[in-house]
Design a protein around this ligand. Sequence first.
Ligand code: ADP
Ligand code: MG
Length: 688
Amino acid sequence: MAVATSVTLDSPVTALGISIKPGYRAGLQKMGIRTIRDLLLELPYDWEEFGRSSPVAWLQPGEQATVTGTVTGIRLAFSRNRRRYLDASVQDDHGGVLRVLWFNKPWLQRELAGKRVVLAGTVKGRPQHPEMVNPDHELAGPEPKRRVGGLMPKYHLSADMTNKKMAELVTAALPLADQFEETLPEGVRSRHRLMSLVEAVRAGHAADRASDWAEARRRFQFEELLELQLAFLLLRSEFAHERATTVPYRQEVIDAFKAGLGFQLTNAQRRATWDIFQDLQKDAPMNRLLNGDVGAGKTAVAAAAVAMVHAAELQSVVMAPTEILARQHLHKFRAYLEESFPDLKVELLVSGQPAAERRRVLTAAASGHCALLVGTHALIEGEVQLARLGLAVVDEQHRFGTRQRELLREKAGAGRPHFLAMTATPIPRSLALAVYGEMALSVIDELPPGRTPVRTRVVTAAGRERAYQLVRDEVAAGRQAFVICPLIEESEKLEVTAAVAEYERLQREVFPNLKLALVHGRLKEKDAVMEDFRAGRSQVLVATPVIEVGVDVPNASVMLVEGAERFGLAQLHQFRGRVGRGGAQSYCLLFAGDDASDKAVARLHLLEGEHDGFKLAHEDMRLRGAGELLGAKQHGLTDEAMRGLEQPTLLSEIRQEAEGILAGDAALAGHPALRAAVARRLELTSLS
Ligand code: ADP
Ligand code: MG
């Protein structure tokens, strides 16, 4: 279909004139695709080879193959660890039968029963009994399908979108590719032998040769990383021009702080504290990332900063991602500060408070009487006013966007507040610099002394009952356990359904005598359930993987993770950090799914012997890539750019180019297309 001539790259995707069902619209929205420009800049990450169909009898395990046949049977089955899947038989025209398993796609049962299909995937099973697991499929019509026999692009999709629909939209949009204005300066392109943007968009979606596609991706990777570096440099110079109130260093404050702490700061905590004090003395706002393992004691470092800021007669805010965490922070900061600094008033602001209490807190904040206000994001979004804000601390979130900075400034009276972020995941230094390059970095790479390592075991199907018995024994001894349900990235809804089913199964069949509770992202009374667990009113907490990071339940001694192979090592290490917080010996039990590969299980075994979060993060990066480590959704970078982050030489070349461009043109005035691209990226990163 021809697209109307008035349509531009900035028109919405709907302007292509292709019908887009509401489900697909939601899918596009989740993928961040609004305009045709967004659509064309979303490249496939791979291509599925729908080669010529092979007879089932010829299939060899390990090869990539296409099979055409009829779905003669398809039924719902349960794996040993109770995951639901579809078990199907597909008969080809020569009488061969292929077994096909589909996980997490229950709807295919009705869609495919009795139908003739084309399947593409990797052959598994044994030579006489070939299988495919989660192959791509198309219904085979009487005439050959458009993309079968050619190449089917694979996009990073949200659950509501399909590769086929994406391909259809992209095909319609591709004639508009000529409208793209070149973003990269000529010199940069020729020095690094990069395709033009127009060429790269075309080759990225419809390459004639694999090598063209690779070149297109190389160009996009370069551009993305360059824009990111430019964005960091621009942000850094912007911050350098802002004015903050200086916080002088006072030895008596740190002495009093240490005296009231009840323990000695580790060397790593001391170094980080010192970094922060030096930043606070400057009149440009601090912008620092505190990167440390679970339990490394980041809160104490933040508390030291709060004490120093208070001594300078300025206020602080601490923001936590959830209400539960905010309450825990309230207790911790009070415990660290109250004794040595009796006039340092710490208050809590969360949405669930009685109105009178809320008014009291707001008044205390506005009058300057309250020195530290702890709360959720509502802190910067609500009607909060602070008399003299000097420091903002954000926990379990890396970045603070420009919008949030603006909101803070509006609340803050005079000057920009200093800013400190604390990470939930240890990130290798090189990666942190590449992805959070606008921030200075402090690393706490040492745990407080006297921690007993959490005993960690990979559990096979045979060991399952023993593992459950351990949970019963621990509960009998007065302790508690977490059960993390499998990650189902494709759909939060399925994830919740699976968690509910697992909770019911555990309560009915495994722990009939224990008090179980369930928490998932869609639960309204989440906080109440967590609070009950913390207070010991439930014994086993079944949770989807969204379980609140950082929650402190010192009495919990068992962390059991289902489908552990689906998580990165760093994330499993995070889960493990939820136990071992009290004095008791704690356990982390990693259940691998039935369809886990030997390699994935071997990776899990690394956790048995390694307790250093930074080392595990390094392994994750080596084995699964930087994207896995950072959580693909958070940072808005493509996988391709993520792979670039693992190449130090490329990164330093790109950084040089970025510096070179800004040296000649500090505001990118001579590079409007590049400036627009960087601006788009700034908005992306600052919202994360
Ligand atoms: P995280 O870095 O994960 O936020 P926390 O700040 O919650 O870690 O600290 C974890 C626990 O360790 C807390 O109970 C805290 O009081 C304790 N802690 C922190 N620093 C030290 C230290 N230097 N010595 C002993 N215990 C410490
Ligand atoms: Mg913490």
